[in-house]
Structures are given as C-alpha cells and as structure tokens.
Ligand binder design. Structure first.
Ligand code: FES
Ligand code: FE2
Length: 369
C-alpha cells in the first residue's frame, strides 16, 4: 500500500483507511501531481485576482491585459500575506496588500517599496504552468518540465456549431477517485437517479472493459428500452420507441473522464433521424486529499443551437449530479466517522473497470514517489 499522505495543506487526517486490497488506489493514495487539472471556466477568468486550492497548493490567478492566464502561489514571499487580497495593477503586477512587495507574472519580485534600491533577486513566487483552452483553463502542479500541452484531452469540437451543451460545477466533500468511480459505474443510474437516467434493465447489461495505456473504457449496449427521460424532450423520441443505447464511460486521466453515448432509432421515428449522440465531459480536480472540484459539460448533437435547451440541460444535470455528490459525500462521511479497521470493500463484476482504473492510479502514485 502507498504511504498515507498527511502533508500540510492536503486536508484532514484520515480517520479510517479504506483497505481496498493491494495495488488498488483509495482515498488515501497520494494525489497524482504530474497531470493537467481544470482550474476554472475560461470565461470566468478576467483581469481580477482569483483564488483556488488545487492539490493542496493555494493559487492566485488572473488573466493578463494581453489575454494570457497566470497562476502563482497565493502567499507573499515576505510574510505569507494572501495575494488574492492584494492589488492587481494595469501592468499585470500584483502588489502585496501588506508591505507592497510587487510581483511580475513570472512570480519574480520586482519591487520592495521599503528598499527601492534593493534588487530583489531570489524573492519569488512559485509559478504554475497554465493552458487556456476554452471553455476550460488547466493548471499543472507537478514537475513543470513534464507539463506537456499534448497531454490535454481533445475537446475543441465542443465549441463547434454542431454541438450544444449545458454545464455545471460542484464542490464535493470527497476524494476525487470517488467521483471517477461513480462515473465508471453506470449500474447506479436506476437506483440513485431513478427514471431520469436509468431504464429498467440498464444495470443488468454486460459491461465490456478495455484498457489502453492508462485509459480504461467501460462499454455497454442496451436494446429495446426507451430513451432515458432526461433526453426525451431534446431528442423528440417517445417513451414508446425502443432504441439501442450505447454507452462508453472512459477514465482518460486523473483529471478527466469522457462519457460518450449513442441512441439508435433504426426506424427513424422522429423525422427519419436514426442517431443521437450525447457526450459528457467530466473535469475532476482534487482540492485536497479529501475534497474535490467537479465541472461538467453535457454536450449533444441534437438541437445544438437551442439555447433554452442548453439551460434545461444545465438545470437537469445539476439535479442529477447533486444526487452523485450527495452519495459521494455521505460515503466520505462514513469513512471518516467510524473506525472499522477490518473493513474491506467487496467488489462485484460490474466494478471491473473502476478497479482497473484504481490500479492504474495506484501505479501512477508509486511512479511519482
Ligand atoms: S507580507 Fe507581502 S509584502 Fe509583506
Ligand atoms: Fe450518477
């Protein structure tokens, strides 16, 4: 088992280890640093100081006047004053709100007001690699030498005219792996979400798991059931229409999960259309060891230009995902509140993909040690 992470700033001390079995990551496994994680919505970052904790690193970030995004340690190098409570000047320098030390976008101190003839070499803030790829902004808290932009998932298609999307965000009081596991496991649909996502035989269909490198794909197909209620109005498919429902849920990186669906209506009952594609991008960022951020984009290739439908999807998916958030937070509470050292999770066949994902994360954690 990996060592327990108890570093300052990584959240509370675990009260109860998961004891999942050898070689499987759990809520105590050290966070995977060499990975891109979403920091914010791109549209929400302006020329104003913002603050967010990412993997236990407290960051201050903003968009410069020329449009790039800068992320720095949110702690003045002089006396730890939080820089997001400071002043951002028009020349993109941050002036600390305590004694006025002033920092450039690369984190170097360029001015010490109490010693104007001092060349403040060596006074600097940690600077973090950032990529602004709308609609998301990504940050890297690991080894900057390894921050390869090529490791970002490809989702530029979502900005095209062929797609519309709803979106949302939750802060989740639970370890980020519990969110990944929830997304790998679609057998919970009909029990946790009821009719909104589940259909009567959904949990029974066989899952096909494929591992390629560090990605794990779960695929299942259901035939002869109606479209889930969530998509009924948008697709225009009636609940009497039996469809073929394909569902991929793919762990891509510790910061990203891709869920690709397809509804097939071979009879073309709705104006001859035979295929409908929903695709959900899930962006998961550990805040600390035991708290996380969760952004999602719920995209569709049906009625893509319908802005009211975008809002409907934002609202309805927020309702559904709140049920996931509640489940994850209740489980986290359960881990924390009761010391049951002999407890071991029982795995069932449909957990195959999630267990493989957790093995990969366990290996990644060991490799970064
Ligand atoms: S604490 Fe920032 S200048 Fe002193
Ligand atoms: Fe769910």
């Amino acid at each position: 088992m990996p060592k327990i992470s108890n570093r300052p700033g990584t959240g509370k001390k675990p009260a109860n280890r998961r004891r999942s079995g050898d070689g499987i990551a759990d809520r105590d496994t050290p966070l995977i640093r060499n990975c891109w994680y979403v920091l914010d919505w791109s549209a929400d970052v302006e020329h104003a100081l913002k603050n967010r904790m990412v993997l236990g690193h407290d960051l201050v970030y903003f968009r410069t006047k020329s449009g790039e995004i800068t992320a720095l340690q949110n702690r003045c190098a002089h006396r730890c004053f939080p820089l997001h409570r400071s002043t951002l000047h028009d020349d993109d320098t941050i002036q600390c709100g305590y004694h006025g030390l002033t920092y450039a976008t690369d984190g170097k101190c360029v001015k010490v007001p109490s010693a104007m003839d001092l060349k403040p070499r060596g006074i600097r803030l940690q600077h973090y690699p950032v990529i602004d790829r709308p609609p998301m902004v990504w940050v890297w808290t690991g080894d900057p030498e390894k921050a390869d932009p090529g490791l970002l998932p490809d989702y530029d298609w979502v900005n095209g005219d062929d797609w519309g999307y709803g979106k949302g965000f939750y802060h989740v009081k639970g370890n980020y792996l519990a969110i990944h596991e929830n997304l790998m496991d679609i057998t919970h649909f009909q029990f946790l979400h009821g009719a909104a996502l589940g259909t009567p035989r959904h949990a029974e269909s066989k899952v096909h798991v494929t591992v390629k490198g560090n990605t794990v794909d779960n695929y299942r197909v259901n035939e002869g059931e109606p479209v889930p209620q969530l998509h009924q109005k948008a697709t225009g498919l009636s609940l009497e229409t039996p469809i073929i429902r394909h569902a991929h849920s793919t762990f891509v990186t510790p910061g990203f999960h891709d869920a690709l669906g397809k509804f097939e209506d071979p009879a073309g009952t709705n104006n001859g259309r035979t295929e409908y594609t929903p695709r959900i991008l899930h962006f998961i960022t550990p805040e600390t060891q035991y708290t996380s951020y969760y952004w999602w984009i719920f995209a569709r290739d049906f009625k893509p230009g319908d802005k009211r439908l975008d809002n409907t999807y934002s609202r309805r998916t927020a309702q559904v995902f709140e049920e996931d958030k509640d489940a994850i937070e209740w489980m986290e509470e359960q881990w924390a509140k009761e010391d049951r050292p002999d407890f071991r999770e029982s795995h069932v066949p449909s957990d195959e993909g999630a267990v493989k994902m957790r093995r990969i994360v366990h290996r990644l954690a060991r490799e970064q040690d």
